[in-house]
Design a protein around this ligand. Structure first.
Ligand code: SAH
Ligand code: SF4
Ligand code: F3S
Length: 472
C-alpha cells in the first residue's frame, strides 16, 4: 500500500501561517512601539514542552521577544494538560489570574492551547467564563496561532476551536529550543491505545508518525549544531511507523539515527509494553548512541486491573520484557509509571502491585493517584474513596523509595558519564546533571561546564539523587 502522508499539513498551509506571522511583525513595526513581549506557560508532559517550543518559535517570528514576567507580556500563550484533574485546575487558576492583567492592559492577547482545550466542554468553559481569553486552539491546530493573533490585532472575533476533523502534522514550523544542548524531537503524535482511564487519545487524536527523512534531518541538524542529548518523543513512541505501512518500525528508526556520527546520546519515551519487542531491545544493546535507559510504564501489578485498564499485557509478559532488557543490557536504568486507586482496585490487587514493584526493582517510578477523566470508561466504574487512594499512595512510595535508595547506593564508587546542566535550582553553590540513565547527579565545580559530558565518581547516594566528584 502506498502511503500518501495524508497526515502532513500541506506546505501552503504552513506558509500561510508564516505569512500571518510576518504580517503581525509588520503591524508592530508600523505602530512604532517598542518590541512586544511574549510569555509561554507550559503544563503537562515533554510532548507539550516540545509544542511550546514551536509556539515560542512562531511568536519570535511574529516580532515578539521572550519574557518570564506576565505583567510585561503583550501576548500570553498557555499550553495546557488534561491528564489529571489537578493539571486542569492549575491551568484554569493561572488563566484566572490573568484577568487583572487584561484589565490593566486591554491590548494584551491571551491564547490557550493543548490537551485541555481539545475537550469541547473546556473550550466552551473558556469561552463563557473567561471573557478575557482571546482564542483557544486544541492540539490539532497549534500551528494556527499566528493567524489567530493577527485576527485579534485587527479586532476580529474571539475564536474557540477544540478539535478538527484531522490532526495534521505541521512540518517546518520555527522551533525556539529552551536548551542549547538538550532537545526534544517528536517522532509521532497521538495514541490508539485507549487505556480506559486515559484522556490522551481523546485529545491528541490517532497515531501519526512523521516521515523518517524528516526525523533524520532534524536529528542530524541538532547533532551538527552540537546538541548532546536528544529525546525522541511520542505518547507511544515504540509504535512509530505502524500507521505508515512501510514495514519500517521504531527499532529501524533508532538504528538509522544511531548511525549519525557525533558525540551525543539518544533517549526515547514513552514506550508501551505491548510494543516493546526484542528487536527494539537488540537495537538498543548494539547501538553506540542510544542510552541504556528504558521508561516502561507498568501501571499496575494485578492482571485483573491491567485488563480493566485495557493495557493488553499481563504482569508475566511485562516481567519477560524486563528480564530480556536486563539480559541484553545489565546496566540499563529502568523507570516506570504506576497508578494507584484505579476504580475497583481491591486491597489484594494493590498488594500485587507492591509485590510486582519488589520483583521488578525499578530504578525509579512516577506514581499517580487515579483521577477520573470525563468521557473515559473508567470514569463510569465504581470509584474508590480518597482516603484509600491516599493511603495506598503512601505505601507505594515507601516500597519504591526503599528500592530506589538501594539501587542508587550501588552506584557509589562507580564512574558515570554525566551531562552537566549547570547550577542547581535549589542550591546555586552546587552543580547538577544527569547520567545516561537520566539519574540526577550533584557535584561541585568552579567552572561552568553546562552542556558538557563529564566523568563523575559517585561518592554518596540517596533516594532521589547521586552525589559525586568530577574526575574528568
Ligand atoms: N503515553 C504514556 C504516558 C501517558 S500519561 C504511556 O502510555 O505511558 C503519563 C502517565 O500518567 C501514565 O503513564 C499514567 O500512569 C498517568 N495517567 C494517565 N491517565 C491518568 C489518570 N486519569 N489519572 C491518573 N494518572 C493518569
Ligand atoms: Fe494514555 Fe494508554 Fe495512550 Fe499512554 S498508551 S497515552 S496511558 S491511552
Ligand atoms: Fe497532558 Fe496532553 Fe501530555 S494530557 S500529559 S499534555 S499529552
Amino acid at each position: 500500500m502506498e502511503h500518501k502522508h495524508i497526515c502532513v499539513l500541506p506546505p501552503e498551509a504552513v506558509a500561510e501561517q508564516m505569512a500571518a506571522a510576518d504580517r503581525v511583525r509588520a503591524l508592530w513595526q508600523e505602530s512604532g512601539q517598542p518590541s512586544p513581549c511574549v510569555l509561554v506557560m507550559t503544563f503537562g508532559c515533554q510532548q507539550n514542552e516540545a509544542d511550546s517550543e514551536k509556539l515560542l518559535g512562531m511568536a519570535l517570528r511574529m516580532g515578539y521577544i521572550k519574557t518570564d514576567k506576565p505583567e510585561e507580556a503583550d501576548l500570553i500563550l498557555v499550553n495546557t494538560c488534561a491528564v489529571r484533574e489537578h493539571a486542569e485546575q492549575r491551568a484554569l487558576s493561572i488563566i484566572g489570574q490573568y484577568k487583572h492583567l487584561k484589565a490593566a492592559r486591554p491590548s494584551l492577547i491571551i491564547g490557550v492551547f493543548g490537551c485541555m482545550v481539545s475537550q469541547p466542554h473546556r473550550a466552551e468553559q473558556l469561552k463563557k467564563s473567561y471573557p478575557y481569553v482571546d482564542f483557544a486552539l486544541g492540539t490539532a491546530s497549534l500551528h494556527r496561532m499566528p493567524s489567530m493573533v493577527l485576527s485579534r490585532l485587527r479586532q476580529g472575533k474571539r475564536q474557540f476551536c477544540p478539535t478538527e476533523e484531522v490532526y495534521p502534522i505541521a512540518e517546518g514550523l520555527p522551533i525556539e529550543r529552551s536548551s542549547g544542548y538538550r532537545a526534544w524531537v517528536s517522532v509521532m503524535y497521538g495514541c490508539n491505545n485507549f487505556c480506559s482511564y486515559c484522556i490522551v487519545p481523546h485529545v491528541r487524536g490517532r497515531e501519526r508518525s512523521r516521515r523518517r527523512e524528516d526525523v533524520a534531518a532534524e536529528v542530524s541538524e541538532l547533532v551538527r549544531r552540537g546538541y548532546r542529548d536528544i529525546t525522541l518523543l511520542g505518547q507511544n513512541v515504540n509504535s512509530y511507523g505502524k500507521d505508515l505501512g512501510l514495514g519500517y518500525d521504531f527499532a529501524d528508526l533508532l538504528a538509522e539515527l544511531d548511525g549519525i556520527e557525533g558525540d551525543y546520546t539518544l533517549h526515547f519515551m514513552t514506550s508501551h509494553p505491548k510494543d516493546a519487542d526484542r528487536k527494539l531491545i537488540d537495537v538498543m544493546a548494539a547501538s553506540s548512541h542510544v542510552a541504556h535507559h528504558f521508561h516502561l510504564p507498568l501501571q499496575a501489578g494485578s492482571d485483573e486491573v491491567l485488563r480493566r485498564m485495557n493495557r493488553h499485557y499481563t504482569v508475566e509478559k511485562y516481567m519477560d520484557i524486563l528480564s530480556y532488557i536486563r539480559q541484553k543490557m545489565p546496566d540499563c536504568v529502568i523507570s516506570s509509571d504506576i497508578m494507584v486507586g484505579f476504580p475497583t482496585e481491591t486491597e489484594a490487587d494493590f498488594a500485587q502491585t507492591l509485590d510486582t514493584l519488589r520483583r521488578a526493582r525499578f530504578d525509579m517510578t512516577y506514581s499517580f493517584i487515579y483521577s477520573p477523566r470525563r468521557g473515559t470508561p473508567a470514569a463510569d466504574m465504581p470509584q474508590l474513596d480518597e482516603a484509600t487512594k491516599g493511603e495506598r499512595m503512601r505505601r507505594l512510595l515507601d516500597v519504591q523509595n526503599a528500592i530506589s535508595l538501594q539501587i542508587n547506593q550501588r552506584h557509589v564508587g562507580e564512574i558515570l558519564r554525566v551531562l552537566c546542566d549547570g547550577a542547581s535550582k535549589n542550591d546555586p553553590h552546587t552543580t547538577g546533571g544527569r547520567t545516561d540513565g537520566n539519574k540526577l547527579v550533584f557535584f561541585d565545580t568552579n567552572e561552568d561546564l553546562t552542556g558538557r559530558f563529564l566523568s563523575v565518581r559517585i561518592d554518596r547516594a540517596d533516594t532521589f539523587a547521586l552525589y559525586g566528584t568530577v574526575v574528568k
